[in-house]
Design a protein around this ligand. Structure first.
Ligand SMILES: *Cc1c(COP(=O)(O)O)cnc(C)c1O
Length: 417
């Protein structure tokens, strides 16, 4: 049977799953922490992994399981786990799979908090090589016998570098190492991580997937591309049954259960509602971003525009191959040097000054003085972050209103000569 479109699958999944009662089209929000077993042998079997079931909601609950099914559908994987936040998913996954003496090849262009986490992993004795993931050769050169995998993001923020995901995926497959991909910026509505040979797909559900800025969440999906029989760190007790589940089992036990970044059932419901319109919102946001980037790129008061959909972007050709449905909705700009960043942001009337992304509303943030204020000017320069850089997360408003807002804001400033 041909695979249904993603929106069709998402809006009908709960209704057609076996956990639905009395014609409800949404999975119920079940708040029970504990689960009663009338037969004591049954709880023993569930504990020992011989039978499926819920025992304590830090590890699993019906509402979160229903969302995990949806997330897994989204990536066409062999299983998914949800967490309280994106960082919960990332930290639990890495801590569950890596150990002292391992080596990880990591993108130099990372979400700041993930970069900070990598620093903590280094202090625990995990070796990390930071490379330019737009170039496969840098990944190849960083390989060592103890390399367990490559970690990167599809499109980095704020400078929008596009990783050469396809080449990295093929290389990891050939080397038999994990390819861990943070796909928050380009959810599956516009990007097929499984086809690019990602092993584990990480997402902040807080961003595009839920989309409305009203809930935090994170997820990891196993695409089934990686053969866990070949991974040296799977503990003996998790090598029961189907090998395709070994990785997620260890992440569930050593990550979710032991570290406890559990998603709340009510949050799972909010995320599932947001997800129903993911493809529609993504399409609109990507269309808006391309139009806004094109407008800003031609404006004399804007020095630079960073957006993978523009033909002057350094990785535009990679982006064209990877993202057929749209180039994401993050773009960054450098204002003309005579324009004060704070004054400019204060003159925007519709666009919100806030630190978030993937929202229905268009957001703007002066990145150098906020997210990167803990970095030195030299570090910012290496990352390509100018003092005047503004990151825009383009929302789903009507494009004319966005262009009008930027036009009126820019009209407040004269270029000094
Ligand atoms: C926001 C974000 C995260 C972290 O997600 P939270 O849900 O805020 O914890 C991780 N990776 C990327 C690329 C992000 O944008």
């Amino acid at each position: 049977m041909t695979r249904q479109g993603i929106t069709t699958q998402l809006v009908h999944l709960d209704r057609t799953s076996n956990h639905i009662e009395q014609g409800a089209v949404h999975s119920p929000t079940t708040n029970s922490v504990l689960y009663e077993y009338k037969d004591a042998q049954a709880i023993i079997d569930v504990f020992q992994g011989k039978k499926p079931g819920h025992v304590y909601s830090r590890s699993s609950s019906p509402s979160v399981s229903a969302l995990q099914e949806m997330i897994n559908k989204l990536e066409d994987g062999v299983g998914a786990l949800c967490f309280a936040t994106g960082m919960g998913a990332i930290s639990s996954t890495l801590l569950a799979l890596l150990k002292q003496g391992d080596h990880l090849i990591v993108s130099r262009y990372l979400f700041g908090n993930t970069r900070s986490l990598m620093g903590s992993l280094e202090s625990f004795g995990i070796q990390i090589s930071y490379v330019d993931v737009t170039k496969l050769t840098e990944v190849i050169d960083a390989y060592q016998p103890n390399t367990r995998g490559v970690y990167c993001e599809t499109i980095a923020n704020p400078v929008t570098q596009v990783a050469d995901v396809q080449s990295i995926g093929s290389y990891c497959k050939e080397r038999d190492i994990l390819f861990i991909l943070d796909n928050t910026m380009t959810p599956s509505a516009i990007f097929d991580a499984k086809a690019m040979q990602a092993s584990l797909v990480l997402s902040s559900l807080t961003k595009y997937i839920s989309g409305h800025g009203n809930v935090l969440g994170g997820a990891v999906v196993d695409t089934g591309n990686f053969l866990w029989q070949h991974y040296p760190n799977i503990q003996q007790q998790y090598k029961n049954g189907d090998p395709s589940q070994w990785g997620l089992t260890q992440i569930k036990k050593k990550g979710l259960r032991d570290m406890g970044a559990t998603l709340a059932p009510g949050c799972a419901h909010a995320i599932s509602i947001g997800m129903e319109t993911l493809a529609l919102r993504m399409q609109k946001a990507c269309d808006n971003a391309l139009k806004l980037a094109t407008f800003l790129d031609s404006h004399e008061k804007i020095q630079d525009v960073f957006y993978p959909g523009l033909s002057n972007h350094p990785q535009h050709f990679i982006a064209r191959e990877h993202f057929q449905e749209g180039y994401g909705a993050i773009l960054s700009i450098n204002l003309h040097e005579s324009i004060d960043v704070v004054a400019f942001l204060n003159s925007l009337k519709l666009v919100i000054c806030a630190t978030h992304l993937g929202d229905n509303r268009t957001l703007a943030l002066p990145v150098a003085a906020t997210i990167y204020s803990e970095n030195t000017p030299q570090e910012r320069e290496q990352m390509g972050i100018a003092d005047s850089m503004i990151r825009l997360s383009v929302g789903i408003e009507d494009i004319d209103d966005l262009v009008t807002d930027f036009t009126q804001a820019l009209n407040n400033f004269n270029l000094s000569t």
